[in-house]
Write a protein that binds this ligand. Structure first.
Ligand SMILES: Nc1ncnc2c1ncn2[C@@H]1O[C@H](COP(=O)(O)OP(=O)(O)OP(=O)(O)O)[C@@H](O)[C@H]1O
Length: 240
């Protein structure tokens, strides 16, 4: 079975009154395990539509999406929800944490959604948070965290089910330069060490150095702009 994410000849139409807009126009891409891909492009070019289809949140009008070898167009709504929960980790622009849950519970609530929380789940969550530098913040609530800490909590939450696929939509939008480097380098490390396939939509040119490939979306068409060498991977600012 081919792991990772494959999209073939994807087209997405939106109906605007009597007009039909092709938000995606025959988009094809393959992201292998261990590969971190960036998608850049102007506003309205189709990036969010692309990420929503990759994340099984939206159906394409035409074309094929395979997640870990499974063609998702044939799945029922329940199977799609299961796929999203178990196989995909989403990291959004803002961390969207639940205000009344502490950092550890932000992760455990996701576990609870897929069944009973076992002791090893809790241990895994604590280890994950420690790895992301949040070991001293387990009992803190979102309002007590900095922007970078919130976003790192959101990354941990995206990784709690150990998904094979990571999708990030402008994950550095609310962060200063130092925190942005920190957050994206953490995603890059996770992709590398966990052999996950990741796509990050970004406007932030400074973050491209962490990615293996950079694609550009323009008028719904996706093209490879740049292949970046893994050896260019840099450590976060401030640690050098
Ligand atoms: N639900 C919708 N109904 C109709 N048209 C839509 C819908 N969602 C997006 N579009 C249109 O599809 C095109 C692509 O939009 P999309 O949001 O995917 O672009 P984007 O690159 O993510 O933009 P941004 O960077 O501003 O978030 C745009 O022309 C947009 O107006």
């Amino acid at each position: 079975m081919t792991k990772g994410l494959q999209m073939k000849e994807l087209t997405k139409y939106y109906n605007e009154g009597s007009n039909r807009i092709a938000a995606l126009d025959h988009v094809s891409i393959s992201v292998e395990p261990g590969e971190f891909v960036a998608v850049v492009g102007p506003s309205g070019s189709g990036k969010s539509t692309f990420l929503s289809i990759a994340g099984a949140l939206l159906k394409a009008s035409e074309g094929e999406v395979k997640l870990n070898g499974n063609n998702i167009s044939a799945l029922t709504a329940q199977e799609l929800a299961d796929t999203r929960l178990k196989e995909i980790g989403f990291i959004m622009q803002s961390s969207n944490l639940v205000p009344y849950l502490n950092v550890l519970d932000q992760l455990l609530i996701i576990k609870r959604m897929s069944g009973k929380v076992k002791r090893e789940d809790k241990e895994f969550a604590v280890k994950l948070l420690e790895k992301l530098g949040l070991g001293s913040k387990l009992k803190s609530f979102p309002e007590e965290l900095s922007g970078g800490e919130k976003q790192r909590t959101a990354i941990a939450r995206a990784l709690i089910n150990d998904p094979n696929i990571i999708l990030a939509d402008e994950p550095t939008a609310s962060l200063d330069t130092k925190r942005a480097h920190e957050v994206v380098s953490l995603i890059a490390q996770e992709v590398n060490s966990g052999q996950k396939a990741a796509i990050m939509v970004t406007h932030d040119e400074r973050m491209l150095e962490y990615c293996d490939k950079v694609y550009r979306m323009e008028d719904g068409k996706l093209s490879l702009q740049q292949a970046v060498k893994k050896s260019n991977l840099k450590e976060p600012a401030g640690t050098r």
